[in-house]
Design a protein around this ligand. Structure first.
Ligand SMILES: [Zn+2]
Length: 115
């Protein structure tokens, strides 16, 4: 449910880009980490509703998922956590959480401009 306000924000950002270029939005590239707390499917659902009657209507939403990664405290390797384990696959050291997988941002907005 908390995807609703964030989806409104995405539509606002893309609409501002479209207005600046006097065009309309054909696609939006979104980066969503699995640990961001946002669910891509929900964003897509709200997007279809919110984008109606805006320059974003009918635009394709491309959602790039980012899997969370841990960093090994011993050898510095980045790796994806296995279920029930924080062990580094390279050296067996303990991994700690990083910011990887918490991303949430609009990467790019594709526009179509009439000339
Ligand atoms: Zn390691």
């Amino acid at each position: 449910m908390h995807e609703y306000p964030i989806t409104q924000r995405i539509v606002q950002i893309a609409t501002a880009e479209a207005d600046k270029a006097h065009g309309r939005v054909t696609g939006i590239d979104l980066v969503v980490g699995d640990d961001s707390g946002f669910i891509g499917e929900s964003i897509q659902m709200y997007f279809d509703i919110i984008s109606e009657d805006t320059p974003c209507a009918g635009a394709a939403l491309h959602i790039e998922r980012v899997r969370p990664k841990l960093k090994c405290g011993a050898c510095g390797a980045y790796f994806e956590r296995k279920p029930f384990s924080f062990a580094c696959p390279a050296c067996g050291g303990d991994g700690t959480p990083t910011g990887i997988g918490k991303e949430f941002y609009v990467k790019s907005v594709e526009l179509e401009v009439d000339d």
